[in-house]
Design a binder for this molecule. Sequence first.
Ligand SMILES: Nc1ncnc2c1ncn2[C@@H]1O[C@H](COP(=O)(O)OP(=O)(O)OP(=O)(O)O)[C@@H](O)[C@H]1O
Ligand SMILES: [Mg+2]
Length: 316
Amino acid sequence: MAKEKGIKELEDLPGVGPTIAAKLKQLGYDDVEKIATASPHELAELTGMKLDAAKQAVDAAKQATTLSYSTGNQVYDKRKSLGVIKTGAKSLDEMLGGGVEANAITEAYGKFAAGKTQLGFQLSVNVQRPLEKGGLSGKVLFIDTEGTFRPDRIEQIAKASEADPKEVLDNIFVVRATTTDQQILAVERADKLIKENNIKLVVVDSLMALFRSEFLGRGALGERQQKLNSHIHKLQKLADTYDLAIYITNQVMDNPAILFGDPTTPVGGNIVAHAATTRLYMRKSKEDKRIVRLVDSPNMPEGEAVIKITPDGIKD
Ligand SMILES: Nc1ncnc2c1ncn2[C@@H]1O[C@H](COP(=O)(O)OP(=O)(O)OP(=O)(O)O)[C@@H](O)[C@H]1O
Ligand SMILES: [Mg+2]
């Protein structure tokens, strides 16, 4: 059993080398769980493996994916040990139950200049701090789909928090994605980078911009949602596997179906709505003030926090 515990990737299965693993992934058998529920015959047929070898691979996959049960207390202890990333604003941290959680997806949506990207920058600096200072001692993968990543702004925020700006920037791996395929690849190929660099925060700023523009007017909403679904699924998997925080930003549209109150709705539909563990709605108030509303959380009540975007970063 101990040996099987180390099986995380297809390549870890006996008899499955890089070539067979690549073939399997191409055919949609992209994780160990899928192999666990496959029949040795289908595996052999698809890959050209010997039936015996296929059987061994399936058995090992089954062993590695045995469901394990935890008590509520064990889950509680794990959640406590995971830690959070502080946002820089106490009121916002309190509303979030401490800060932005690891092992979860936090989404911020709102109109332009609402502060979504700024919060992403602040988290990218803060995650690098040690646990006792409100970080996770980790690095950052920043997927920039809108071309709005600003190193000089990170530098400014880092300096204000008495961190070494050069070091802080060295710890942020930026991918500029200009197509949904690049965006998806950036997440799909992230495992190695994450493992080797102790990445504890993945930012996708923004999740939907490219999906929206690429599929605009193509009448291919179903196709878009399918692609989006698997993209988000992979993000969730990263959060789970590496106990890291995922921060995504999202755009909004006016929803004419809402007659009373604020008609602003995040884009992406149910797929995004269900995937985000915590949803924040950010909107501009007077001057540098922003109102952040907790719209959806697994354990905290709805609420609002007022924050400020200052030259030094996010503050109360
Ligand atoms: N150096 C700075 N000092 C103070 N405030 C700043 C600084 N840089 C940016 N801001 C504030 O942040 C705002 C932009 O916020 P941000 O880029 O996070 O918006 P966003 O929600 O990501 O919008 P979009 O949807 O356009 O991406 C600016 O309007 C400005 O008020
Ligand atoms: Mg932005």
